[in-house]
Design a protein around this ligand. Structure first.
Ligand code: DBV
Length: 253
């Protein structure tokens, strides 16, 4: 059992227990990929598996799980709501590299500059955030340009001990997911055309940022090559632009 397998199993089981979930298509060749890395007797297999689901309110629930031995484990788990809801994204980036653990868990806002939005989707989870932050101190520097995509409840930490990942981080992952599904339960479809357009633009901003700056790009390219990696990023991990209907002729300027 690898470090993040219990997170993945719990996440999928829990989503299935609360939502009407169906499979989300994973493009051919991307559900499972392996490669050898390292030299000589330090050679290890690096296996990346993909997992995708959807529900009536959630356009894509997807995970990438990278398993390459004790010092290379990654689970990137993101939920993208349908574009007629103003729900935030659920995002978890759980990373273990030779340098240590790096953990990011958040409900990433569509509209970080709107106080009413923050009041609705961040304020209710702040008590939970502060509880976890007592055990999982702030992880230090992160890209300034990413700030707009994080909420005030952004849990960002670099635990020294693997045990902290197995206990506190796992607890946070479960609680954030539970709180997220409570928001999903209560979400009502948006019908105002102007707001719908703002949501679409905010979702596009987010996936463009994440796909351009994907911190895993270097690692994935090393293992699986450039062509596979770019197609994985744009065709599965951050696929919104590919999934949007082509604009009608009259809209093209
Ligand atoms: N990150 C992803 C995907 C991954 C992934 C799809 C498939 O978005 C893994 C895997 N994240 C991953 C890896 C690293 C990080 C780091 C392998 C380590 C990179 C390295 O050190 O070589 C949050 N993730 C990070 C970092 C941050 C995040 C801030 C530190 C790297 C840096 O400083 O650039 N998660 C990341 C992020 C958002 C998020 C920026 C949203 C905007 O949800």
């Amino acid at each position: 059992m690898t470090l993040y397998q219990p997170f993945l199993d719990y996440g999928i089981d829990y989503l299935k227990s609360r939502l009407d979930v169906s499979d989300y298509p994973i493009p051919a060749g991307f559900d499972r990929k392996n490669a050898m890395t390292g030299k000589g007797d330090k050679q290890v297999e690096v296996l990346t598996t993909s997992h995708g689901f959807q529900s009536p309110k959630l356009r894509q629930i997807r995970a990438a799980h990278v398993q390459g031995g004790g010092s290379l484990q990654v689970l990137n788990f993101v939920i993208f709501p349908h574009l007629n809801y103003d729900l935030p994204f659920f995002g978890a980036d759980l990373v273990t590299l030779p340098g240590g653990h790096l953990i990011a868990i958040d409900m990433q806002p569509l509209f970080s500059g709107e106080p009413a939005y923050q009041e609705r989707y961040s304020t209710p989870i702040l008590p939970m955030f502060h509880e976890y932050q007592a055990h999982l101190p702030w992880g230090g520097d992160f890209p300034e340009e990413a700030r707009a995509f994080f909420s005030p409840a952004f849990l960002w930490t670099r635990p020294q001990e693997t045990e902290a990942v197995e206990t506190h981080v796992f607890g946070a992952f479960k609680d954030y997911l539970k709180a997220y599904l409570n928001f999903v339960d209560r979400a009502e479809p948006i019908t105002d055309p102007q707001r719908l357009e703002e949501i679409k633009q905010a979702q596009l901003r987010y996936v463009r940022y994440r796909s351009e700056k994907d911190p895993a790009r270097g690692m994935l390219k090393r293992f699986y090559g450039e062509e596979w990696t770019e197609e994985y990023i744009h065709g599965f991990l951050f696929d919104l632009e590919r999934k949007l209907p082509a604009p009608a002729h009259s809209e093209v300027v």
